[in-house]
Design a protein around this ligand. Structure first.
Ligand code: PLP
Length: 344
């Protein structure tokens, strides 16, 4: 069984969190003179709910988890930073992550002065659990897995992931930013079975809300309690809480967008594969395609000249001469394909 006290930094375990007026008194009243708020300009004069209870109840219903298993962040970037601050002693402890993967894990490790150990994926971007577990030592607190992965787009094998989840004595962070675009079931259903996992999801991709900055971490109630202690008390403002709450009513739109994007992903893959320029299109379960060309730098520059911007991943591990192309609207995708068709 996992001993959370051995994993949490001692200063965080014994932290006495900031106690806001809004968290000390939660009930109904007619006169609020406890928070040095301005009485005018309702409702913006009042501090928002620090635990976003209404929004969490709605998310809990959609995701089939309990509200107490949810942390809402300013994008997924907030919980990614918080796991370092909760679990990792700077300069002493380390984390392990697959390579290539999402760049924010390493940036947050560097900011928090925590050693970041990269474990190469296989050449087809599949996961070798044993290689990951071999790079773990007694100072390893976290392992980052991203599935579907970014920038590669592939799912990691569930059995290999499970091996890591069951054999590693620390916390496994499973980033599911792209799960809506995939056929694989989410690890959310396993939060009760594996108390050492933290599942990350976001409203930035399938829900079309990147500008709103709203990300989610799902974990045991005990771990969520530590997120709540360490996060800024009012990390999600009222406008965001109310707006996201309303956007959740657009689940049918979200599903339609996902359906269109998944269809477009397979159309693009087929059309890209027959272009002389394209050496390989990697299988993707995300809203992007990783495409290998003879010279990614020159193809990237050519497309920029045509006003079409893709991501040059040439300098990323195992991604030599690869471009990451986001699946856009049918019209946007056709523009890209047309430019590549006439590439000399
Ligand atoms: C886009 C992305 C996110 C989302 O980040 P936000 O801060 O929620 O916008 C998280 N993880 C991965 C792997 C991503 O590609």
């Amino acid at each position: 069984m996992m001993n959370l006290e051995k994993l949490i930094r001692p200063n965080i375990w014994k932290l006495k969190p900031y106690s806001s007026a809004r968290s000390e008194f939660k009930g109904e009243a007619s006169v609020f003179l406890d928070a040095n708020e301005n009485p005018y300009n309702y409702p913006y004069n009042r501090y928002p709910d620090p635990l976003q209870r209404e929004l969490k109840e709605k998310i809990a219903r959609i995701k089939s988890v309990r509200a107490s298993q949810i942390m809402i962040g300013n994008g997924s970037d907030e919980p990614i930073d918080l796991v370092f601050r909760i679990f990792c002693e700077p300069k002493e402890e380390n984390v392990v992550a697959i390579d290539p993967t999402y760049g924010m894990y390493e940036v947050c490790a560097d900011i928090n002065d925590v050693e970041y150990r990269k474990v190469l994926l296989n050449n087809d971007f599949s996961l070798d659990a044993d290689r990951v577990l071999q790079s773990v030592d007694k100072h390893t607190k976290l392992i980052f897995l991203c599935s579907p992965n970014n920038p590669t787009g592939n799912l990691l094998n569930r059995e290999e992931m499970l091996k890591i989840v069951t054999q590693f004595q620390g916390i496994v962070i499973i980033d599911e930013a792209y799960i809506d675009f995939s056929t694989e079931k989410s690890w959310l259903t396993d939060i009760d079975n594996y108390p050492n996992i933290i599942v990350l999801q976001t409203f930035s991709k399938a829900w079309g809300l990147a500008s709103v900055r709203c990300g989610l971490a799902f974990a045991s109630e005990e771990i969520i309690g530590f997120f709540n202690k360490v996060k800024y008390p009012y990390n999600i403002n009222l406008l965001t809480q109310e707006f996201v709450s309303k956007q959740l009513e657009k689940e049918d739109d979200k599903n339609q967008w996902v359906k269109t994007l998944v269809e477009e992903r397979s159309r693009m893959k087929k059309e890209l594969e027959v272009l002389p320029l394209v050496e390989k299109v990697y299988p993707s379960q995300a809203n992007s395609l990783l495409v290998k060309v003879p010279d990614a730098n020159s193809t990237y520059k050519y497309l920029v000249d045509k006003g079409v911007i893709v991501r040059n991943r040439n300098s990323i591990s195992l991604c030599l001469n690869c471009l990451r192309i986001t699946v856009g609207s049918p019209e946007e995708n056709s523009s890209l394909l047309n430019e590549l068709k006439v590439y000399k």
